[in-house]
Design a binder for this molecule. Structure first.
Ligand SMILES: *Cc1c(COP(=O)(O)O)cnc(C)c1O
Length: 362
């Protein structure tokens, strides 16, 4: 591989497109004649305002975001959104959560601090290896929103069908699948995504929120930063935003447009995942852990059934030039995160390595 880089299967922060990294490198010392690096630039300067405006515009075009939705760039990563969603959208009613793994559990725990929470479906009974049927949930009349983690990064499952919310607002954590396939934004009231999984540098979340959900007043003790309206009213520049992440994410948005947008990205992601799951399904040693209908295209969880052998795979994979194949500490086993920026060649090389490993462990 060029630059002697490894195929990095990290769940996040994760790989970025090489073409984007090269552009960033080329602009590092002097961004387009400004005489400075983007890191050194005032967020209120004309040059940076242009960078931020283009990032938003490109994202709007990529996802087809309707006019009545705001796009916000918020710091605090994904975790802050667990609280922010509840603080802004949970009023005097009930927040309904679908529990599908680690990240929805965290969201539920956080929301409970702010009001009434009901878990309307769960896949806990089978260790979060599937997505429950959400076609007829028991949603109370006073439901403020229905919340899902659309792709569970740690458990390797994904929603192929959105829940029937019975007219209530759908909120989705898309962190580990953001921009991996076309998305019909108007199906949602709010979409948020930590960017370090599938887009750019850590430390920021993109929030896409329908305008009528922006709330005038939060609890008077709530930090001003926690209000979506603060960010919406100030074009995400109420305070100094994560300028570097906005700049890098903007480049990734342009890159995705240049390759043909989300349809093309989806095609490539499907192809990559099919190669890897295809091998796992044919293997006698390795087994994919998620229910076949609910398999994530981004986070492929698998194991050998033996902790010792899993550890051997991880060690051998490092020697072979791969990185971060170890499963999350809560699930064990192995996990290959194959986000947008993982090239098909990386997946093919991984499959060749796993085949070889299997041959040598008969
Ligand atoms: C990583 C992740 C988060 C948390 O993101 P942080 O930026 O580390 O707080 C939340 N949800 C999902 C689905 C994730 O993959």
């Amino acid at each position: 591989m060029k630059y002697d880089r490894t195929y990095n299967f990290s769940a996040g922060p994760a790989m970025m497109p090489e073409a984007v990294l090269e552009e960033i490198r080329d602009e590092m010392m002097n961004y387009r004649g400004s005489g400075m690096c983007v890191m050194e630039m005032s967020h209120r300067s004309k040059v940076f305002m242009q960078i931020a405006a283009e990032a938003e515009q490109d994202l709007r075009e990529l996802m087809g975001i309707p006019e009545n939705y705001k796009v916000l760039f918020v710091q605090g990563g994904g975790t802050l959104q667990f609280a922010m969603v509840a603080m802004n959208l949970l009023k005097d009613g009930t927040a309904c959560y679908v529990e599908t793994g680690t990240w929805s559990k965290k969201a539920i725990a956080e929301a409970k601090k702010y009001g009434n929470v009901k878990v309307v479906a769960s896949s806990k009974d089978k260790n979060f290896t599937y997505v429950p049927d959400c076609s007829d949930l028991d949603i109370p009349e006073d439901c403020d929103y229905v919340y899902i983690c659309e792709n569970e990064t740690i458990n390797g499952t994904t929603f192929n069908t959105l829940p029937n919310t019975k007219g209530k607002i759908l909120v989705s954590d898309q962190s580990s699948m953001f921009l991996s396939k076309p998305c019909n934004v108007s199906d949602y009231g709010l979409i948020w995504a930590g960017v370090q999984k599938n887009v750019g540098p850590a430390g920021m979340a993109v929030v896409i929120i329908r305008e009528d959900l922006l709330r005038e007043e939060l609890d008077p003790k709530a930090p001003v930063y926690m209000s979506y309206k603060t960010h919406a009213d100030n074009d995400s520049m109420y305070n100094t935003p994560n300028t570097w992440s906005i700049y890098c994410c903007g480049k990734v948005f342009k890159y995705l447009k240049s390759i043909g947008g989300l349809e093309e990205m989806f095609k490539r992601n499907l192809e990559k995942a099919t190669i890897l799951y295809g091998f796992l399904d044919s293997s006698k040693l390795f087994k994919a852990t998620a229910n076949p209908e609910d398999r994530s295209l981004m986070n492929v969880c698998f194991n050998t059934g033996s902790d010792e052998l899993d550890a051997e795979v991880v060690a051998a994979s490092k020697k072979a030039g791969f990185d971060n194949l170890k499963g999350h500490r809560s699930t064990g086993g192995l996990r290959a995160s194959i986000y947008n920026a993982m090239p098909k060649e990386g997946v093919e090389a991984l499959v060749a390595f796993l085949k070889d490993f299997e041959e040598n462990h008969k």
